[in-house]
Structure formats: C-alpha cells, structure tokens
Design a protein around this ligand. Structure first.
Ligand code: PAZ
Length: 348
C-alpha cells in the first residue's frame, strides 16, 4: 500500500495550485491574526461540492448535487455563537445570509415592490416626475430586517471570510493553506467539513488539453451502444489521496475536527461513520442520508452514536419547515468543542 504522505506529496507536486492561492492564504492569515488577537474562536467551514474537470481548458466536468445549504446555514449559527467563520465554499453555491433570497423559489425581485406614486409634486433628479422608491414587501420585512442586522454585524466586525473554490484540487490546496494559517489558534480552531469532496479525479498527465471531441472518441471494444455507433467515452479516474489523515496529524494537529459523511443506504451509515473515525482518528463524524439530511443526522464519536432530529410535525410531512436542523447541529458541536477545550486546559 502507498504511504499516504507519499501520495499527498505526489498530489501536491503534480497538480497545479490554483492561481488564487497566494491571495486566499494572505486573506486567511490576516483574518486569523485579527481574531487570534481578540481571543475569538475560528471555525473553518467547508461547503458545497467540488468539481472534477475532464479537460484542462475546461468545458466539461463532473459535479455533485450539493448546493451548500448545510454549510451556509451552519455558518450563520456559528456566527450567532461568537465564532469567526472562514467559509470555504464552492463558487456560486449558497452563502450565509444571502441564502435566504438568492436560490429560493422566488426571484429576489418578488420580495420587492414600488412605493410612492409618480407625479405627486416630488420632483425627480432629472426634473421630471419622481421615481418611486423600491421597498421590501410588508410580509417579508420583519424577517429581512433580522437577516440584515446579523449580516451587517458580521460584516462590520469582520467575522466572516468568504473564500471560493471550484475544483477538487483548488479545494485541497486552499484547505491545506488555511489549516496551516490556523495552527497558531491551537485547540481554539474548529474544522467543520461539510463540503462534498470528490473521491476521484483526472490526473494532469491524462487530462485532455482541449474540449474532448466526440469524433476523437475511440470505438468501444465492449460492444456498440444503441444509437452510439460503437463509440464510448471512457473516463479513467484516480483516487484522491485521503487528506483527512493529513489534516488531523499534520496540518491541524491541535484543532477539533468534525467531518460529515453522506450515504444513500441507511444500512451503511453507522458503519461508514465508524470506519471514518477509526481511519482518521478525528473527533466527530456527522452522518446523514441524502433523502433525510434536512431532518436528521447521526453524531458518531468514539464509543457512541446519537441521532439529532427535528421534531416531526403532526401532519407527518417528515419534519418542521421553520426549524433548521443546523440550529440543533451547531450547538451540539460547540458543546463538544468547549468540552475539549476544558479538558485540555485541565490537563495543561
Ligand atoms: O449542500 P447540502 O446541504 O445539500 O448537502 C450537505 C451535505 C449532504 C453535502 C453534507 O451534509 C455532507 O454530508 N457532506 C459530506 C459529504 C461526503 O463527502 O460524504
């Protein structure tokens, strides 16, 4: 079996770093230094899915379903509990605060209406009739005001750093760089890894430079597909080295590390969470099933497994619409982080 540190070194030396890396590292450094000086805990929260490009000048890529709901929602609850948040997210996925209005079923314009009639004697800048104001519709105002105040506080106190990634490689380079920047925080640092990270990728030496042409795809040796004229595009992927071990042992040895594990088969969930815990020896795995992830999650720690669930509503629709499960997950995680800090303080 290949030594994990060898496959890690090979991965980082054979894949190009993202051009944004120096800038993102500098931003993370300034953010961590500022909050360290203010004795504030910092959480690195990862969110959304990584892509796997099939071409160097990328037209096509493999993606996954994650919209970043878990991450963006959790970030708001961490902020409300006094943590500073580095939000490492898939570009254009959901963001804290704006998530309430950006990817909703409504267009954001549906939240707005015009106020004030044209031509009431109030002259506009051009000397003509006044332009009506754009205002938030009354039924959305209370909630939007509450979101706006929290957003402003996070912004004014510089509590939220947004760093985007797209590919699995850019995610891993940036994760490693930020983790190194966070080492000065010791066990005040928390990693909350909710991103859906690809397990496979196309290594640079096998990556096509230009858009793959259907005409160049070879004839299949395993039989013709209906309508395909015998051609098949076969994609040959390598496994992404297991970086959680590196994170736990080298990049952030003192921090509390929480990973998420997604499955579709409920019969596998506990086993896979325990496997992850055994393999990487971190603090907590939060398991979830694709179909029920918004209503229940499984907290798996050494020697224990505990469901965290939203109370189900009477109409048996499968959960309460108003309460977000992250409002239960985040305090449970923080409780464990505090316990860890107390334990370490007691043992010096
Ligand atoms: O983005 P989302 O809210 O739709 O989904 C969240 C999630 C299921 C991607 C997350 O909870 C998770 O399980 N992330 C880890 C996935 C994995 O690598 O197993």
């Amino acid at each position: 079996m290949t030594d994990p540190s060898t496959s890690e070194s090979h991965y980082f030396s054979s894949n190009p770093p993202p051009p944004t890396l120096p800038q993102h590292t500098a931003q993370a450094n300034a953010f961590v230094t500022h909050h360290h000086a203010h004795s504030r805990r910092v959480v690195l929260l990862t969110s959304g899915g990584t892509t796997v490009p099939l071409e160097n000048q990328t037209v096509r890529f493999i993606d996954n379903f994650s919209a970043g709901t878990r991450g963006a929602t959790s970030a708001e609850y961490f902020l409300s509990q006094g943590y500073a948040v580095i939000f490492l997210h898939r570009q254009f996925s959901l963001l804290p605060f704006s998530r309430h209005y950006s990817h909703s079923t409504n267009c954001f314009l549906d939240f707005l209406s015009e106020w004030g009639r044209i031509g009431e004697g109030d002259e506009g800048e051009d000397g003509g009739a006044a332009t009506p104001d754009v205002v938030v519709k009354a039924k959305y105002r209370r909630e939007m005001l509450s979101v706006l105040r929290k957003y402003r506080k996070a912004k004014e106190q510089k509590l939220l750093l947004l760093l985007p990634f797209t590919t699995v490689t850019s995610y891993l380079f940036t994760l490693r760089a930020i983790a190194r920047e966070m080492r000065c925080l010791g066990n005040e640092a928390l990693f909350y890894l909710a991103a859906a990270v690809s397990d496979f990728f196309v290594p640079p030496d096998r990556m096509a430079e230009h858009k793959i042409q259907s005409g160049d795809v070879p004839e299949s040796t395993s039989g013709a597909s209906p309508g395909g004229g015998g051609k098949k595009l076969v994609i040959d992927l390598d496994p992404v080295p297991k970086f959680l071990k590196r994170l736990v042992e080298q990049w952030a040895p003192e921090a509390m590390i929480v990973s998420f594990k997604l499955e579709t088969d409920p019969a596998l969930l506990l086993k896979k969470c325990n496997q992850s815990l055994d393999r990487y020896a971190h603090h907590l795995v939060i398991g979830n099933i694709l179909a029920t992830r918004k209503y229940e999650v499984l907290f798996v720690e050494e020697g224990s497994a505990q469901w965290v669930r939203l109370p189900t509503s009477d109409d048996k629709s499968g959960g309460s619409e108003e309460v977000e499960i992250e409002s239960l997950i985040v305090p449970e995680v923080i409780k464990r982080h505090e316990k860890m800090l107390l334990k370490r303080a007691a043992t010096g």
